[in-house]
Design a protein around this ligand. Structure first.
Ligand code: G6P
Length: 369
């Protein structure tokens, strides 16, 4: 059984370690040789149509929805197009306003999630242009969209999604740069900075994976707790959502992600002595404010596990443990910041004795609404 898992104890651990390769595969052929443009021949919008877009809607479930939230920040920032973000199961209840000037983007690993497919059909019926970011070639979502932008994560077996998520992050980043260039909002120097960061991403992911033993040690502490909080601002909040989902899914530890600035409006009441708080601080522009939130929870006795940039001098002074990620473009940081959180959830689940690859009550692909 270990053989089919490439020598790893579980598919999830194997898939976590496959991320550098999956990221490379998803980038392959999509950056121009001079590194200044993105080429996505699979997306059939003309530059004229991109300039006419009045909105982008990003819709997905579970982990894929967390990739969508990152996409929202990136597309608004780089392409200047307003973005709506919804979980697919709620989407139709809003009677969403979509038309020929909308780009609807469904994100899905399996391409078979019923809620996402239903949202996609609604978008088509309303005349929106429909793009699927999907891992499984030939899946329903890939077939029913106008265009499919594939992630090349390879087969993902573990129920808890890991390499599909990080490749979805690459896909939404490529899409955001592509839209920004087509819309005439992002110049080649600006694109080149982000694309250089993407090119470095696989090797940097290897560096983050090298902290595995340290993460495992922290997980043995974490596994003893029943409530864990995740905080961050901006893109770090999006990653916090994914980190808490990973922990819940497989370790069955109650976990909650909160925008760091929103803590004081309720959740702070739950922060007492010894409560673990995973704090993400990978966005330099937001670091001072996040730092004050870290101090706030620390002052109430929280045990702070931080994810920070290499060379950050402030966060380590206020955290009990720090996992670091290499310096990169802030827009690309989520794909690195999530890795310690995936490992943390994995080891906490193993220590609690759970069936990591097949958590109770959950399915890999949910084909009922
Ligand atoms: C299930 C899986 C999750 C996944 C979600 C969306 O809940 O357990 O890991 O994120 O479905 O799946 P999809 O295949 O559409 O990305």
């Amino acid at each position: 059984a270990r053989a089919e898992k490439g020598g790893y104890a579980h598919f999830m651990l194997k898939e976590i370690h496959e991320q550098p390769q999956a990221l490379r595969d998803t980038l392959r052929g999509r950056l121009s040789p001079d590194g200044r443009r993105v080429t996505l021949p699979e997306v059939g919008l003309t530059p004229e149509e991109v300039r006419r877009l009045r909105k982008v809607a990003l819709v997905a479930c579970g982990t894929a929805s967390h990739a969508g939230l990152v996409g929202r920040y990136l597309i608004e920032r780089l392409a200047g197009i307003p973005v709506e973000w919804d979980v697919a199961s709620e989407y139709r209840y809003r009677d969403p306003m979509l038309g020929p000037d909308s780009l609807f983007v469904a994100i899905s690993q399996s391409g078979e999630t019923a809620d996402t497919l239903a949202a996609l059909r609604e978008a088509r019926a309303k005349g929106a242009k429909v793009l699927a970011i999907v891992n499984v070639v030939g899946s329903s979502i890939a077939r029913e969209a106008d265009w499919a932008l594939h992630t090349w994560a390879g087969p993902e077996i573990a129920v808890a999604s890991t390499k599909a998520y990080t490749t979805q992050l690459v896909a939404v980043t490529l899409l955001a740069v592509w839209l920004g260039q087509a819309a005439g909002r992002l110049d080649e120097d600006g694109a080149a900075r982000i694309l250089a960061a993407l090119r470095d991403l696989p090797a940097q992911a290897e560096q983050v994976l090298a902290q595995e033993a340290e993460v495992q040690r922290v997980a043995s502490d974490l596994a003893r707790h029943d409530d864990v909080f995740f905080i961050g601002r901006g893109l770090d909040y999006a990653v916090a959502l994914e980190g808490q989902l990973k922990l819940k899914e497989i370790s069955y530890i109650h976990a909650e992600a909160y925008p760091a600035g929103e803590l004081k409006h309720g959740t702070l009441a739950l922060i007492t002595k010894g409560v673990p708080v995973v704090a993400l601080s990978t966005q330099p522009a937001l670091a001072p404010k996040t730092l004050s939130n870290i101090q706030e929870v620390r002052a109430r006795g929280a045990a702070v596990i931080a994810v920070a940039l290499e060379g950050d001098e402030q966060v380590p002074r206020h955290a009990d443990t720090v996992f670091t990620i290499p310096r990169t473009d802030p827009l690309v940081a989520p794909a690195l910041a999530v890795i310690p959180l995936q490992l943390l959830a994995y080891y906490a689940a193993v220590l609690r004795g759970h069936d990591v690859d097949r958590p109770r009550n959950l399915a890999k692909s949910v084909t009922v609404e």
